[in-house]
Each structure stands twice: as C-alpha cells, then as structure tokens.
Design a protein around this ligand. Sequence first.
Ligand SMILES: O=C(O)c1ccccc1N[C@@H]1O[C@H](COP(=O)(O)O)[C@@H](O)[C@H]1O
Length: 220
Amino acid sequence: MKRPDIKICGISRTETLDHVIRRGASHVGFIFFEKSPRHVEPDVAADLIAHVRGRAKTVAVTVNADNDLLEEIVYAARPDMLQLHGHESAERVVTVKALFGLPVIKALSVRSEADLAMIEEYRGVADRMLLDAKPPAGADLPGGNGVTFDWRLLEAMDPTIPYFLSGGLNSENVAEALAVTGAPGLDMSSGVESAPGIKDPARIDAFFDAVEAALSLKTA
Ligand SMILES: O=C(O)c1ccccc1N[C@@H]1O[C@H](COP(=O)(O)O)[C@@H](O)[C@H]1O
C-alpha cells in the first residue's frame, strides 16, 4: 500500500509544525475561521507558513470565504493551497482557482451515499476532495469536531478520485480507517489535541506510530 499523504490541521505554533513534519506530515493546515479555537490571523499564519515553506504543503482552510477574505489570506500568508470547507459550489471552486491561481481542496460533509455522490459535481474541478463527517447537530464548526462517518460508504467510490479521509481520525482508529478505505490521504486535527486548539506532542507521536504500524502490517 502506498504511504498516504498526511495533513495535520489547525496548527498555530512553530514547534508543532516542526514536530509533525519531522514525523512525516506532507501537508499542514491553518484555520481561518473566527469561531474555531484553532483560528489564526493572516499575519500569524504568514510567519508559520514562512517557517515551513518547502518542507510541507501549506493549506489555508476557509469556510464560505468571500473574495476579500481570500485575498487577504493569500496575499499575507502565501499558502500553497486553499481548502474550501463550507458550502462552496463547483462554480465557486472554479472562480476561486481562477482568481488566486492556487490548487483547491474541496471539503464534503458525508453521512450517506447521497452526500458522497456530490463528489461528481467537483470532478475535474477541485484538485482534491476532503471527505469529512457531517457536524453534529448544534455544532459551531463545520469541521474539527472529532466525529467519524461510516467509512464503508467509500468502498464503492471510484479509487482514482484523489481525496483526504477526514473526521475524527486518531491513533486508535487510523489503522481501521486505512484498512477499510485504503485512503490516499489522511487529514486530522482534534485527534492529536489535549484540548480544543492545543496540539499534544504525545498524541502526535501516537498517531504517526499507528500509521507506520498499519502500513508495515499491510506490506509485511
Ligand atoms: O478544525 C477546525 O476548527 C475547523 C474549522 C472550520 C473548518 C474546518 C475545520 N477543520 C477541518 O476538519 C478536519 C477534521 O477535523 P477532526 O480531525 O475531526 O478534528 C480538520 O482536519 C480540518 O481539515
């Protein structure tokens, strides 16, 4: 099994960036959503992104952001990619790509087969999909809720679609997630935190150890 890309999201400290990259993160994500405990201002993100440039792909995570906010983020922080984690349509993805010239990860909230079928709308439009669980009722955040969805829904999915599996991944369940889905990418945030927004070095190590163990079992 090919090693999946690993994206660790919601990072706000250089120490955490260095740690996850040393452990093998291919992508690091920064949250630009004020309600999130992981929110970073564009000038803070600019320093974090400058710190890791060239060592991992940097992703600006936004939620239904308008052009002004995207422009502020892109010109201040210079991320490698944009993640659209709201209700952005395929047409909006096309517009964002044309305006900012950056690859786009489009997040989709999944609970049922019908949710997953929405992938077709973004085929050939988004550079990657990110399949996250639907937020629980009453949640303030569209992502970062630590909730999983039924990974067996992905069994019938076209395996050529590039995607990150997301939603509630942690050191305890990542081996099963990989076994069920064979996902080409993993994306996670709260599963390596000790409290919302506080990344925990021991949990980061446990997560990467679990991924390595799962991959070595697969190739043994
Ligand atoms: O993490 C957040 O606070 C957040 C806020 C707004 C949009 C997206 C957000 N996070 C994304 O959700 C995934 C999954 O999180 P988790 O592993 O279930 O905690 C996270 O990796 C971000 O891509």
